[in-house]
Unconditional design. Structure first.
Length: 177
């Protein structure tokens, strides 16, 4: 039975996948979606295991990607990102576009989300692998102190400043401490 997208666009699944594979920007958008699906899988497991009360995904412009509620009732806003291509893993924390007349609107406000969940699959080959950081520990933009710095290296270890976590549960513990 054909997928709804095959019917809608009059293409086979193979033709749709080939179209994605040939287009850089489309592949980048797909990778962002892949990261969100893998992160939501982690949230589903965490909810089943009982260390999250609930979570909700948001596909709304200008809003963070997920809202997570811990068993202690703390709400955490999460933005999911993928790492940049390059020799060292790093993440770019800025929006895709700026508002007309305000180039600084491309930079995230410090209070836009609480946690960045960064998929490192482009670097490791494992698209279910993430590193997590608390926004409150990230440096501010040099010219706009109420906004986040754009580029952030992701270190190997967890004994760093800012702290980068390999397990979401460890990040939740640090967030609520």
């Amino acid at each position: 039975m054909p997928h709804a997208l095959e019917i809608k666009y009059g293409l086979t699944a193979q033709e749709l996948l080939d179209a994605i594979d040939r287009r850089f920007r489309l592949k980048v958008a797909l990778e962002g979606s892949v990261a969100e699906v893998h992160f939501e899988r982690k949230l589903r497991i965490a909810s089943r295991e009982g260390w999250l009360t609930s979570y909700e995904g948001h596909d709304v412009d200008g809003m963070h990607d997920f809202t997570v509620v811990t068993v202690s009732g703390v709400t955490i806003r999460v933005e999911v990102k993928t790492i940049r291509n390059g020799a060292k893993p790093q993440v770019e924390l800025q929006k895709t576009r700026a508002a007309k007349g305000d180039p600084s609107s491309r930079y995230y406000e410090r209070d836009h989300f609480d946690v960045a969940a960064v998929c490192v699959g482009r670097f490791t080959g494992d698209w279910s692998q993430f590193r997590y950081v608390l926004v409150r520990e990230l440096p501010s933009h040099r010219s706009h102190p109420n906004k986040l710095q754009v580029m952030h290296l992701i270190p190997d270890g967890e004994d760093t400043q800012p702290r980068w976590f390999s397990r979401f549960q460890d990040l939740i513990d640090a967030f609520t401490a």
